[in-house]
Design a protein around this ligand. Structure first.
Ligand code: EPU
Length: 366
């Protein structure tokens, strides 16, 4: 079904809960409907949103917002089909388990990403359990290369299927061709931005992959949850959800878009400068960092922001989340975009001033 609305209130379609409107809004629930959309007759520009969880609307949107409701989760039995008569989910999973194989799962772009994580964990499938609780939908996850607790979605994506608005044809990108980087992909680059609409994504999950617990204190937290029992995808998922709930605001009750800034990746000389500043201003406190390839260093933006005194601070309707300063929130629920942007600018200026590092927003400003 194709549904077109005009002057659509987007408050409930962006997790920052900015009270903005779109001149036109079109929702579709199949690829057949997607190709039927007559973009020529609709206001421009066109913006495709997922869960609206990584966006900051800075004003009413003058064009057309598209939203997918293509919602399916389907196991691609492929190599299993010939061998068995019973194609039920349980039977297919049993075969995969017996063979210790990976399994390919096709998921519609409009599926809530965490519903997919829940489904996978409940089937005992490894791959996306560390990504549990990230707001947003599957299509956007493949554009943004979402990540958490040492896993990025690119690690489990096999193919991204899209509709090319320019050539008006269906195309697909194998994971190697998606140009994935830290919260980055070809779909975000100027030539491709807005051109490809993700219709569905094929993921590779596994029955016997085992957990990835290398990030921070995840291993300790998972062992504690297991308390001598078996570590399953569901247990890792529940542990991740618990850690997230202790640090991050629940977008259902506090407007935010998750991490507002990217963690800066800097030359080692810049890192050394930060170490010097820290030694003189915060003696005894180490600068957390991760060494990357090519001598580059990643420094948590949360640490830089906290050291500039922003943790928990409020400016008008906007605030810095008290448990994770990388997250800016719509504190009153009525914040204007200008208030969020004002806070963003002040934070960028003070981190620049103290550490000589310019933070870049992760959240897309529309
Ligand atoms: N830190 C502080 N003060 C704080 C919180 C954190 O100094 O109040 C420092 C600590 O040194 C900590 C480090 O920041 O060790 C890292 O913190 P955390 O593990 O919370 O991760 P992050 O780098 O701040 C990233 C992602 C999150 C993801 C977490 C967990 C980005 C921009 N953000 O945050 O993703 O959940 O790792 O893997 O990469 C999101 O993208 O919306 C998001 C929430």
């Amino acid at each position: 079904m194709l549904k077109t609305e005009y002057h659509k209130d987007l408050t409930n379609m962006n997790t920052f809960r900015m009270k903005v409107k779109a001149r036109a809004f079109v929702e579709y629930d199949s690829v057949a409907d997607l190709v039927e959309i007559d973009l020529e007759g609709l206001p421009r520009p066109v913006l495709h949103i997922g869960g609206g969880s990584n966006l900051l609307f800075t004003d009413d949107f003058k064009g057309t917002v598209l939203h997918s409701r293509i919602q399916f989760i389907e196991i691609l039995a492929g190599n299993l089909q010939n061998s068995e008569e019973d194609g039920s989910l349980e039977n297919v999973l049993d075969q995969v388990r017996n063979r210790g194989e990976q399994i390919e799962v096709s998921v519609g772009a409009g599926v809530v990403f965490d519903d997919f994580c829940k489904w996978a964990a409940e089937q005992g499938l490894w791959g996306v359990e560390n990504l549990s609780g990230i707001p947003g939908e599957v299509g956007a996850s493949a554009v943004q290369n979402i990540g958490a607790y040492g896993v990025e979605v690119k690690d489990v994506i096999r193919t991204v299927y899209c509709y090319d608005l320019q050539e008006e044809e269906f195309v697909h990108f194998d994971v190697e061709d998606c140009g994935y980087g830290y919260r980055d992909s070809v779909f975000k680059h100027p030539d491709y931005r807005g051109r490809f609409i993700v219709t569905h994504v094929v993921f590779r999950l596994s029955c016997d992959g085992g957990p990835k617990l290398g990030y921070g204190h995840l291993e300790q937290a998972v062992n504690l949850s297991a308390a001598g029992g078996k570590i399953t995808p569901l247990l890792v998922r529940n542990t991740v959800l618990k850690i997230r709930s202790e640090k991050l605001p629940d977008v259902a009750s506090v407007g935010s878009a998750g991490s507002f800034f990217k963690n800066p990746v800097v030359e080692s000389s810049v890192y050394e400068r930060v170490v010097k500043v820290a030694a003189s201003e915060f003696p005894g406190i180490d600068v957390p960092h991760y060494d990357l390839e090519g001598g580059m260093v990643k420094i948590p933006a949360a640490w830089l922001i906290e050291r500039c005194g922003w943790k928990g601070r409020r400016m008008g309707g906007a605030a810095v989340w008290s448990k994770q300063p990388l997250v800016l929130v719509n504190f009153t629920g009525d914040a204007f975009p200008e208030e969020i942007i004002g806070l963003e600018k002040r934070i960028i200026a003070s981190v620049e001033d103290k550490f000589g590092i310019t933070l870049s927003p992760e959240v897309e400003h529309i």
